[in-house]
Design a protein around this ligand. Structure first.
Ligand code: ATP
Ligand code: MN
Ligand code: MN
Length: 304
């Protein structure tokens, strides 16, 4: 006799997000955007944002009194969070801590209710935190670098990655720079990924020292671009695609196709005001197929 098994739910039961308190509170004073505007923005981009952060340890930037006042970076689960899950992970100090994990829209909206404006996931999943599935090259221009140079740097990173067989993807940060993102099949551990990212940045700095540097020094940066490889390590984060930034204009970290780079004017070109419309008009996700690529750093590991 065949045993009867319980039907499998292929969809989680939709949970109700918490009621938004203080919807008229202004969070972006320069622009007049309220907490309700922020909630509406996140509702509008939810289907695009969730795949970027779901199931990953997540840090957030909360601005309870708006972006003009103190904001804080939070990586741990705190009392009052009921829809946001946590995963217990070992920290660098050796202690365990409860890291935030969002699985669905309700949990994300709970963080919005807590005045979260920015979302910063790990490059790994909560159930496999030691294996990276993303490398992020974070291009940070010095104060005297024209944006055209940042664009050229992103193309150089792409070309250099292509030369070693790695496909990469582009996004604005909503800030001053650009991110070049390399998806990995999650087989590589952080130690290897970090070594790869560091040596990649060092090779760029050594071959074109007038354009690039691979050390964080702000003093040395000036007219050069810091190839910030430190987004790549266990516990490191980078801003999520479609996240708002807690900066004037409410800019958005926006994934782009490489052929859109030419027309791009600035890193904060996309904002709360225009991204939802843009997503409706967009015919194709510029990062489509990214998670199906099965590339990894095997050849780099072998070369060592
Ligand atoms: P920009 O283009 O202006 O550089 P960005 O998002 O790349 O924007 P960075 O200052 O280069 O900003 O920071 C890169 C990443 O480092 C951030 O996206 C964030 O995930 C992480 N980060 C920033 N501030 C902190 C912080 N206080 N603590 C931990 N991680 C941080
Ligand atoms: Mn940056
Ligand atoms: Mn940086």
């Amino acid at each position: 006799a065949t045993k009867k098994t319980a039907p499998r739910l292929n969809k989680p039961i939709a949970r109700t997000p918490p009621k938004l308190s203080s919807p008229t509170k202004v969070l972006y004073p320069d622009d007049g955007y309220t907490k309700l505007d922020v909630a509406n923005y996140y509702t509008a981009v939810m289907d695009h944002l969730l795949p970027e952060i779901a199931g990953r340890p997540l840090s957030i930037i909360r601005c309870p009194s708006g972006t003009a006042n103190a904001c804080f970076f939070q990586k741990h689960h705190t009392p009052g969070m009921e829809l946001v899950r946590f995963v217990r992970l070992k920290e660098e100090t050796g202690n365990n801590a409860n890291y935030l994990v969002v699985d669905d829209a309700a949990a994300l909206m709970e963080l919005v209710q807590f005045n979260a404006l920015e979302f910063h996931p790990w490059g790994a999943h909560a159930d496999d935190p030691d294996r990276a599935d993303r490398v992020v090259f974070d291009l940070d221009p010095g104060p005297d670098v024209p944006f055209a140079e940042v664009k050229r740097a992103a193309l150089d990173v792409r070309r250099r990655l292509d030369e070693i067989g790695l496909e990469s993807f582009l996004r604005t940060t909503g800030g001053k720079g650009l991110h070049v993102v390399v998806p990995l099949a999650p087989v590589d551990e952080w130690t290897l990924v970090k070594r790869f990212a560091q040596s990649f940045a060092e090779v760029m700095a050594q071959s074109e020292p007038d354009r690039f540097l691979s050390v964080a020094s702000k003093r040395l940066r000036n007219k050069r671009i810091y190839v910030d490889y430190l987004r790549n390590g266990r516990g490191a984060t980078a801003v999520a695609s479609y996240s708002l930034r807690a900066r004037p204009g409410a800019p958005v970290a926006m994934p782009l196709a490489w052929n859109e780079l030419g027309a791009l004017k600035r890193g904060d070109a996309f904002t709360l005001a225009d991204v939802p419309e843009r997503l409706k008009r967009r015919r194709k996700d510029p990062w489509a197929g990214m998670t199906k690529l099965r590339q990894n750093l095997a050849s780099f590991a072998g070369a060592e």
